[in-house]
Design a protein around this ligand. Structure first.
Ligand SMILES: [Zn+2]
Length: 323
């Protein structure tokens, strides 16, 4: 009798578990038709490649992990794997050189211990590949060549770069900084110990009321249209995106963590529920940003929209180690 009761409970628990898994991995697609089609009009920003400065990008990865695609975006395969990278890039323009993102730092394990619970530590695993500072110094450049650090947002896997460049100006938006200062905690994916330090120098990005593609505001970084920053809220309070046009005509839009996968933008789809729970705080803004990126990708098939953590998406970006 007892055995039968136990096996019935076990069977029930198994069914509940299977239902939860099915619910979690069930493909969910954003209904693009429910949102207005953005209008495109670039005003006041140079679009002529001939008149742009020569920009060079140097990609590097500070660490990676491999997981099924289904963990990365809703509708992703449970069999195909996705390589997530904690990436960064050196961006060189005739008028300046900066680091865009920069991945995890050297003491990330200790920081995880202090800021994450055991569940988060089991989810956010990584194989380290060397910090941004180490990889910069292994190239023909050094820290002295870097003018500032530009972060798309202040999550832990982006602010790790700060420890290697404590004297450099750090660029983010004021919305992002204020949210991170007032609410950021390990539970939300922030390591305040990385960015709440007296000695750091912040510069808050302010967008001009200049329309660029489907964005109402933009910041033309060096005034020649080669590097244009745009607001991309949703994942966090004040996330930023960066358009880059190379002399070759190759055009990129780096989107931080609005999505973890380039493939998700075609659908478009968000992260699966667990990923959303761990990473996203502003669902309405995130949906709007994903719809906007989906439209951009359709309008400009040659535009390469690159999430910070999608290794495959960086295939056409030069490697810093070759500099
Ligand atoms: Zn991230």
């Amino acid at each position: 009798m007892m055995l039968r009761a136990i096996s019935s409970i076990a069977a029930l628990l198994l069914i509940i578990f299977a239902l939860i898994l099915t619910w979690h991995f069930w493909p969910r697609k954003i209904d693009v038709a429910a949102y207005p089609v953005p209008n495109y009009e670039t005003s006041g920003v140079n679009m002529d490649v001939q008149k742009m400065g020569n920009v060079r990008l140097g990609y590097f990865s500070t660490g990676h992990n491999i997981s099924p695609e289904a963990f990365i975006y809703s509708g992703g395969s449970l069999i195909e794997t996705h390589t997530s990278v904690y990436s960064g890039m050196v961006v060189q323009h005739p008028k300046g050189t900066f680091m865009f993102e920069g991945g995890i730092g050297g003491d990330v394990a200790a920081k995880m211990q202090r800021n994450f619970d055991s569940f988060q530590r089991s989810i956010f695993t990584y194989t380290a590949e060397g910090t941004a500072r180490e990889q910069l110094e292994a190239s023909s450049l050094s820290a002295a060549d870097i003018d500032f650090i530009l972060l798309t947002h202040l999550h832990w896997d982006h602010t790790g770069v700060i420890e290697g460049f404590p004297d450099k100006e750090i660029w983010t938006t004021e919305d992002e900084f204020n949210w991170g200062r007032d609410h950021g905690s390990g539970a939300d994916g922030f390591f305040p110990e990385d960015y709440l330090k007296e000695e750091l120098h912040w510069k808050f990005i302010t967008f001009d009321p200049v329309k660029y593609e489907s964005f109402e505001r933009s910041l033309d970084l060096y005034g020649d249209g080669s590097i244009v920053l745009v607001p991309l809220p949703g994942h966090t309070a004040g996330s930023v995106g960066m358009f880059v046009t190379l002399k070759t005509g190759n055009r990129f839009l780096f989107i931080g963590d609005i999505s973890w996968s380039q493939k998700a933008l075609d659908i478009p789809a968000k992260r699966p529920p667990l990923g959303q729970h761990l990473a996203d705080k502003f669902d309405e803004g995130l949906t709007a940003s994903l719809v906007q990126l989906h439209h951009l990708k359709r309008k400009y098939p040659e535009l390469q929209i690159i999430p910070t953590h999608d290794e495959a998406a960086f295939k056409d970006v030069e490697r810093l180690r070759n500099w």
